[in-house]
Design a protein around this ligand. Sequence first.
Ligand code: B12
Ligand code: SF4
Length: 508
Amino acid sequence: MGEPRRAPSVPADMAIAPALGPHGVGRAVARNCALLVNPFYAKDPRASFGKHVLTPTLALTSIAGATPPHWEVRYWDENLLQGPPPADPLPQVVGISVHLTFARRAYELASWYRSQGSIVVLGGLHVLSCPEEALEHADAIAIGDGVQLWPAILADVERGQLQRRYTADYSRPYALDPPPRRAILPRESFLTTTSVIATRGCHNRCGFCYLATEGLHMPYRMREVQQVVDEIVADVQPYVVFVDNNLGSRPAYLRKLCAALRPLGIIWSAAVTIDVTDDPTLVRDMALSGCTGVFVGFESLNEGNLTDARKRTPAPVDYARRVALLHRYGIQVNGSFVLGFDHDGPDVFARTVQWIEDNRLECATFHILTPYPGTPLFRQLEREGRILHRDWDQYDTAHVVFQPKHMSCDELDRGYAWCYDTLFSHASIWKRRPSDSSAVLAYLAMSYLYKRSNRFWHLLIRHRLTAALWRPLIEHSRQRHLKLRPQLEALGVGDEAARASQCVSAGV
Ligand code: B12
Ligand code: SF4
């Protein structure tokens, strides 16, 4: 393994949050006006900037959908590079989503809006794991499912009886949720606005995953298939991104969903675990319904690491066969790998990249192992005195925040960078090209446009050109996929792989 290259530079507006004006002394608010904010986070220069505008988080559109009709609701995502969120008119209520990587920015925004006179409500994953911390920065916090809580919070605001904390679990049937309100989105700024969720939770509870957070009880829930279809049809986009933690936890449900998606003629991608390939006919159903890419959390190729994390998964020696099965049906594989587990030594980087190249994964994402607060992993590392600091900004899976067991922090940091450098190199892109020569051009276009064009992405995002440029490419992919479907349907055992022809890769 050689030395990684120096990290590419990040444009200033992707590294530093937009400046807020001076703190105010309180001014008149626009009553019954709510603003929902997704705060800024610094971008990892080694990963594609495209992922930040692939599709919007579903949190804020879901909460907007639960807003009573006599409230006006607006949306602002600071990562779209259009400056700080608006304050004229000054919203009566500002709802901010908080993840640990942008908790600091969320608190800055909260403090600023409170100084102007708005009521600030914080919700989201980090509020669930660190409620006491969040409470110091807000008028009220929402712990758990915001769709249930938001209407009650606004009603209390109207009555002048706002409570400090609101709590809801995730056991209410999904069918009761109103549809997300996607009309509030700046549609030109996203590759697709159709981020959809069909299921909640996962059949696993890996020790490093936020789903294992103490106090979070998220049973696996599936929505009515028709409800999902209605949302997709209403948003009229060629490409749908399922943001489920694991769309494949219940194969029978996924099969039903595929049957309903097939007549829509869309293409879609989703995160699944590799056991979705247990039954090849399910993979076939996915492909025939328009699945062009899956984001698979392989996490590690070392069985010891998977056992430690208590991840129930097929053995890593069988991963290659399963990847080949997905490829056979034209489904691209974006593998997600975590680096720095306790069984990882300095050889993990070269071994992982080699495996990715050998199996021609179209794409991969690397993550430095990150102990999210409240998870079993965090507790273990804390017990062992291996947590280096609690600067949440750095808990973005691109920085080392704990002491690894079999290498130094520096080795882990450099190895992570080397993995990305190598994977996005011309040589590696070429090595991983599809075996079917007719699919190579589309694959190269995806790899270069998507992964090696961060300067270009910056311009697209700033000038709100993402949809204008990408939608024709996506539509082209969709058309090609529709033409491919009869061949996919006719594939027999041992036939040649189908052609992959997509311009985006699942989960980016
Ligand atoms: C879409 C997505 C993205 C998108 C957009 C993210 C964004 N914030 O804009 C992109 C691709 C850019 C992205 C990037 C990353 N992501 Co991401 N992402 C997701 C994903 C798949 C879906 C999010 C979503 O829409 N969920 C559905 C909504 C409805 O659920 P929710 O967010 O929990 O919201 C509910 C409640 O929390 C609450 N709520 C939320 N906000 C608010 C606000 C108010 C006011 C109220 C009242 C309530 C409330 O109500 C909502 C409805 O119940 C999740 C996994 C998942 N399924 O949630 C991961 C996830 C959020 N991502 C994660 C990570 C780690 C990342 C990255 C750091 C990974 C990386 N290294 O690249 C990056 C970088 C982002 C960063 N630095 O913070 C982790 C976060 C872990 C944690 N503890 O914070 C998750 C949970 C994935 C995982 N399994 O680990 N991500
Ligand atoms: S399989 Fe993935 S989503 Fe499920 S618990 Fe493990 S890391 Fe989380």
